[in-house]
Design a protein around this ligand. Sequence first.
Ligand SMILES: [Mn+2]
Length: 399
Amino acid sequence: MYKILTHNDLDGVGCGILAKLAFGKEVRVRYNSITGLNREVEWFLENENKDTTLFVTDLSVNEENEKKLEAFYQDGGKVQFLDHHKTALHYNEYEWGHVVVEDDEGKLTSATSLFYEYLLEHQKIDPTEAIEEFVELVRQYDTWEWEKNDNQKARQLNALFFLVSIEEFEEVMLERLQKNDPFQFDDFEKKILDMEDDKMERYIRRKRRQLVQTKIGDHYAGIVYAESYHSELGNELGKEYPHLDYIVILNIGGKRAGFRTIHDDVDVSDVAGRFSGGGHAKASGCSLTDEAYKLFVADTFHLDPLTEDAKRNRYNLKESSFGSMYKNRADKLFLLYPLNEDKDKWVIEQNGTKINQTFESFQEAEKFLKRNYEAWLVRDNIFVNYLMETLGSITEKGN
Ligand SMILES: [Mn+2]
């Protein structure tokens, strides 16, 4: 017999589906949240005999269970741990641990891709085109590589996963993967996926206007409350507000915080680690401990959200040689412009007075402005009024 304990997200469920394809009725699959896993491992160790092979995929156990699993293994028990989270790399010290973040060719792995490789190596599964594509879609979604490749099919596979129950998803996928047709969505799925896309877009648009900014240690973070679409939301908000080092997504009902960054020089697994959480460099999470609650919720609840940059301007544009105009909540106006034609030196004027600092690029200057003043690009009408007033006063002086 086999038993697999795995995560309850797409990548974790991908492992469960592969296990059922490989072992059929010989395997029992349990999908877990991060906190639920330890209970399941304890139950297994207390109740199962040594004939059952245990797989743990896409999740790590606590230290106590780690020791118990090692003892179980040393005592002749069969256990295989497969994961791709950086925070689990120390499991490679065990004979039963196999943690790979990036493969030999530099490709990011996922639990599903690692488990598939394992099954192929041990000749437990027959490779088909459909299975290979399914594994690759899950991998691209989980590693966020889909975005770089604009792989909408990967994104929509995850959307479908959230639209139906895990049992239904599993059943539909098993049936599809047992046929040897290319992997695709049916017409009904396509229709509801389109509707879901529209709904998500509206949700994210609303959330863009609820983000508050705060400084935590050396980092600037954006904080938002959200129950759904965490990955997409973290990514969209990160791109909308690139001056922020990372985005904190608070799920109060779930008592959890998620961290997302779009920046290569920020590692949010470190951030989560400070609150006993974990994950990847670009996506991580932790429970809302008292400390995390105070820092992210209590200390920021009174803050006003950031204002979005004006989007439909024709005149007040970013990186313009004529200058770009920003405003903050205290009604201060800022003009950001290049000092020379090469645009390699930028300055900021605050209500007509230059700030005593130059910047090497527009982005650097804007980052400074947004981090220190929470300013936003104003609409054309404010910019045009300002130009008319300044021109007016110059003409008056000329007279
Ligand atoms: Mn994963």
